[in-house]
Design a protein around this ligand. Structure first.
Ligand code: ATR
Length: 295
């Protein structure tokens, strides 16, 4: 699809390294096209040593904003003018908004994850009990999102228990009761038995990275538990398949990806995006890329 740009085209994009496999351009560009907006989303590969220059460049070139991905999410913080409370709590930025040269660092992963639960599974985290598997960057955003949405209890189970403890302490400062476990702890079964939502954030189940392993025993999954996996390659991970077999509701990994993008779109443009169009673009691109890898 060739689009006509003009002197008034507003430019947003993505900085990361690498960026070639990102699904954000298709998601945002389809939304701009649907709304007939004179906007374009462009991926920019930025090497770590060029990050400061890239941030100066985005200000100099009057980009309206960018998404930020690996490896820049934390490294970009010193080059921005202000962080939102969400970005400060998570310690990472995934969205920059350029307000006439004043760069605001935000994080839409946390709110995007919570919105995916609300919109795709009609699940409100307020008062709920959550179990998060993993304690890395994604788990951090999810723990902050759940805590800020007034979850009652968050259990963090991680291969390295010390990291689970650090994240549990951070989440506890935002209100909920928290606990930290090792991923292979026998107490995980009890936590899951009482949980309303399970969120899987480790690479277990990812194509090419231990896909044969379920991070928890299938027999521990019981309705009405909602099971989310942030892995989206494959689209339906072994955990999601097991959860569905056991009668649990599921939110696949594209949920968080979609709604962090929806939230970024709203911040840059001030308009609500066509979510169904973005979802279709994302799922088509995911199915196409996964189909071609299998071929
Ligand atoms: P992300 O930004 O995707 O969360 P990350 O910050 O590198 O990535 O975090 C990866 C998470 O997956 C961590 O919780 C990691 O556990 P450790 O803290 O023990 O490293 C977890 N993880 C990675 N490989 C794993 C494996 N083979 N089994 C279990 N957990 C794993």
């Amino acid at each position: 699809m060739v689009r006509d740009f003009s002197g008034e085209t507003a430019v947003v994009g993505l900085i990361g390294y690498p960026v070639a496999h990102s699904l954000s351009p298709v998601m945002h560009n389809r939304a701009f096209a649907q709304l007939e907006m004179n906007w374009v989303y462009v991926p920019f590969p930025v090497r770590p040593e060029d990050l400061e220059a890239a941030v100066k460049g985005l200000r100099a070139l009057s980009l309206r904003g960018v998404n930020v991905t690996v490896p820049h999410k934390t490294a970009i913080v010193p080059f921005l003018d202000r962080l939102t409370p969400a970005a400060a709590a998570i310690g990472a930025v995934n969205t920059v908004i350029n307000q006439d040269g004043y760069l605001v660092g935000d994080n839409t992963d946390a709110i995007g994850f919570v919105r995916s639960l609300r919109e795709e599974a009609d699940f409100d985290p307020a008062g709920s009990r959550a179990v998060i598997l993993g304690a890395g960057g994604a788990a951090r955003a999810i723990a902050v999102g759940l805590a800020e949405s007034r979850a009652a209890r968050i259990a963090i189970a991680n291969r390295t228990r010390e990291r689970a403890r650090e994240l549990a302490e951070l989440a506890a400062r935002l209100g909920p009761e928290t606990t930290a476990l090792a991923l292979d702890s026998p107490e995980l079964e009890e936590e899951l038995a009482a949980a309303d939502v399970l969120v899987q954030t480790t690479p277990l189940g990812m194509a090419g990275a231990g896909e044969a392993h379920l991070p928890v025993n299938e027999n521990w999954l019981h309705p009405p538990l909602l099971v989310c996996d942030i892995v989206y390659t494959p689209l339906y991970t072994p955990l999601l398949a097991a959860a569905a077999r056991r009668g649990c509701r599921i939110v696949p990994g594209w949920g968080m990806l979609l709604y962090q993008g929806v939230e970024a779109f709203e911040r840059w443009t001030g308009r609500p995006p066509p979510i169904a169009v973005m979802r279709r673009a994302l799922l088509d691109a995911l199915q196409m890329s996964q189909g071609s890898e299998e071929a």
